[in-house]
Design a protein around this ligand. Structure first.
Ligand SMILES: Cc1cc2nc3c(=O)[nH]c(=O)nc-3n(C[C@H](O)[C@H](O)[C@H](O)COP(=O)(O)OP(=O)(O)OC[C@H]3O[C@@H](n4cnc5c(N)ncnc54)[C@H](O)[C@@H]3O)c2cc1C
Length: 407
C-alpha cells in the first residue's frame, strides 16, 4: 500500500516465535481490534497476519458509507457507538480519517415503503439515533438534483433522513489504524498467509503460517469474505455464511451537486459525492455466491440507467473505475462475534456483509475486550454463533425493506 513503510514505524518486524494473540486478516476489524488491544487492554504482544497487504479485502473496496439507523435493538446501539467513535478515533489516532458528516437520504418509492419507514424511524429514535421522515417536497429540498417526476419507473414519495451519518475515507482508516497499532507494539505481517490453527485438548495452541508456526493461546479470525472458508478448512466448523460479490464504481470528478448519501432500494442504487468530486456509486450484490472480484458490463449498465433516472444531470458523465469485493452474508444480516466456543482460545468476528466498514470501530473495541479478558461484553452477546441453533436470529433483514443492501 502506498507510503506504508513511511507511516508504519517498525514496519515488517521479524515474525516472533510466540504472541499473546494472533489476528488472522489485515482488514478493518482486526486493525481496529489490534489498536484497542494495545491501547485499552495493554496487550502488546499481538500479531496481525495478512496474506496480501492490509486493506486488500473489503477494507479497501467499500464505498465508505457510515450510518447508525439499523433496524433492531441489538444492532442500533452497536452502530451508534461506531458512528460516535469516528471523531474520537480521528483525534486519538492523530490521523485525518476524513469523516464527512453529510447525512443519509434513503428514498421511498411507494406508500407501503413510507409506512414501513415509519417503524424504522421510530425504532431509531427510541434508541437515541436521529432519523426523520421527509415528504417528496422536503426530499427535493435536500437533494435538488433529484428527479421528482411521476413519469419515472419508481416515482419518489419521500425519504428517510439520517443526519448523523455520512462518509469516512476508507483507506485513511486502514492507514490510521495500522500506524496506531504498530506504534503501540502490534506486529503487522503482510504477505504472510495463515495456513492452519493448531489445537490441543480443545484449546488453541498456535497458528501455522507461510512464514512459520507461531505459538499462541488466542486466535481471532476476521478475514472478511474468507473467514467462513478458513474456519471450515482449519477447524471443520461450519458457519452459516454465504459469500457474494458487490460491485461499485466512481465517475469523473464533478462540481458539487450531491451533498448527502442518497440511496434507493427500488432502483438498487446509492450514490454520494466524494470530497474529490467523483460520484461513488454501488448497488445490489451479485445474486449467487461466488468469490470473484471482477465487475460485469450488465451491472455497469444497470448502474448508469438507474442513476440517470434518479439524477438526470449525470447523463453523459463517464465512469472512471469500477471494482468489486466480497460480502460475507449471514441469514439474519447480522455479524457473528463470538469466542471460546466451541474451541477455547478461538475468537471470530465475521459475517459483516455490507455493514463491516461502518461498524469496525465499535466492534473492534468490544472484540479487544473479549479477547483480552475472555469475558464476552454484553453488547456482543446477541451476536453469538449459537443463535442460529437456538432460533434467536435477529430481524436486521427488515432494514432492507427500505435500504439498498450495500450501504
Ligand atoms: C463494493 C463494496 C462496498 C461496500 N460498501 C460498504 C459501505 O459503504 N459501508 C460499510 O459499512 N461496509 C461496506 N462494505 C463492506 C465492508 O467493506 C466489509 O464488511 C469489511 O471490509 C469487512 O471487514 P473485515 O475486517 O472483516 O474484512 P476485510 O476488510 O475484507 O479484510 C480481510 C482480510 O483478510 C485477509 N485474509 C484472507 N484469508 C487470509 C489468510 N488465510 N491469512 C491471512 N490473511 C487472510 C484478506 O487478504 C483481507 O485483507 C462494502 C464492501 C464492498 C465489497
Amino acid at each position: 500500500m502506498f507510503g506504508m513503510k513511511k507511516i508504519l514505524p517498525g514496519f515488517a518486524p521479524p515474525l516472533k516465535f510466540s504472541y499473546d494473540a494472533v489476528l488472522i486478516g489485515g482488514g478493518l476489524h482486526n486493525l481496529a481490534t489490534a489498536w484497542f488491544l494495545a491501547r485499552e487492554q495493554n496487550m502488546n504482544s499481538v500479531a496481525i497476519i495478512e496474506k496480501n497487504y492490509i486493506g486488500y479485502g473489503g477494507a479497501g473496496r467499500n464505498t465508505a458509507i457510515v450510518r447508525a439507523n439499523q433496524r433492531t435493538r441489538e444492532n442500533i446501539p452497536l452502530y451508534k457507538e461506531a458512528l460516535d467513535l469516528w471523531p474520537v478515533m480521528t483525534r486519538e489516532l492523530d490521523f485525518n480519517l476524513m469523516f464527512y458528516n453529510c447525512g443519509n437520504v434513503n428514498l421511498l418509492h411507494s406508500e407501503a415503503a413510507v409506512k414501513a419507514a415509519r417503524v424504522n424511524v421510530a425504532t431509531a429514535r427510541l434508541m437515541g439515533v436521529e432519523s426523520h421522515l421527509l415528504d417528496a417536497a422536503e426530499t427535493q429540498k435536500r437533494v435538488p438534483a433529484l428527479n421528482l417526476s411521476h413519469q419515472i419507473t419508481h416515482p419518489v414519495h419521500g425519504a428517510m433522513y439520517h443526519p448523523p451519518g455520512g462518509i469516512v475515507r476508507h483507506d485513511a482508516v486502514v492507514w490510521g489504524l495500522a500506524r496506531g497499532a504498530a506504534e503501540n507494539g502490534v506486529h503487522i505481517h503482510q504477505q504472510t498467509e495463515a495456513l492452519g490453527i493448531e489445537t490441543e485438548n480443545g484449546k488453541v495452541t498456535g497458528v501455522r503460517t507461510s512464514a512459520g508456526t507461531i505459538a499462541t493461546p488466542r486466535v481471532l479470525v476476521s478475514a472478511g469474505g474468507y473467514s467462513a472458508g478458513l474456519i471450515y478448512h482449519m477447524l471443520g466448523i461450519k458457519l452459516p455464511i454465504s459469500v457474494l460479490t458487490i460491485q461499485a464504481m466512481v465517475t469523473q470528478p464533478l462540481k458539487p451537486l450531491l451533498n448527502h448519501v442518497v440511496s434507493s432500494g427500488a432502483y438498487h442504487v446509492y450514490a454520494n459525492q466524494t470530497l474529490k468530486g467523483e460520484i461513488a456509486t454501488g448497488a445490489h450484490m451479485d445474486p449467487w455466491p461466488n468469490y470473484t472480484t471482477q465487475t460485469t458490463a450488465g451491472y455497469i449498465k444497470h448502474q448508469a440507467e438507474a442513476l440517470i433516472e434518479l439524477l438526470p444531470c449525470l447523463a453523459g458523465v463517464k465512469f472512471m473505475r469500477s471494482w468489486a469485493g466480497l460480502a460475507d452474508m449471514t441469514p439474519d444480516m447480522a455479524p457473528i462475534m463470538d469466542g471460546n466456543d466451541p474451541v477455547e482460545g478461538l475468537f471470530m468476528n465475521c459475517g459483516w456483509g455490507y455493514f463491516g466498514f461502518k461498524s469496525c470501530t465499535a466492534a473492534g473495541r468490544h472484540m479487544a475486550r473479549f479477547v483480552a479478558t475472555d469475558q464476552c461484553p454484553d453488547r456482543l452477546k446477541p451476536f453469538t454463533l449459537r443463535r442460529f441453533e437456538n432460533h434467536r436470529l435477529m430481524g436486521e433483514t427488515a432494514a432492507l425493506v427500505n435500504y439498498t443492501p450495500d450501504n
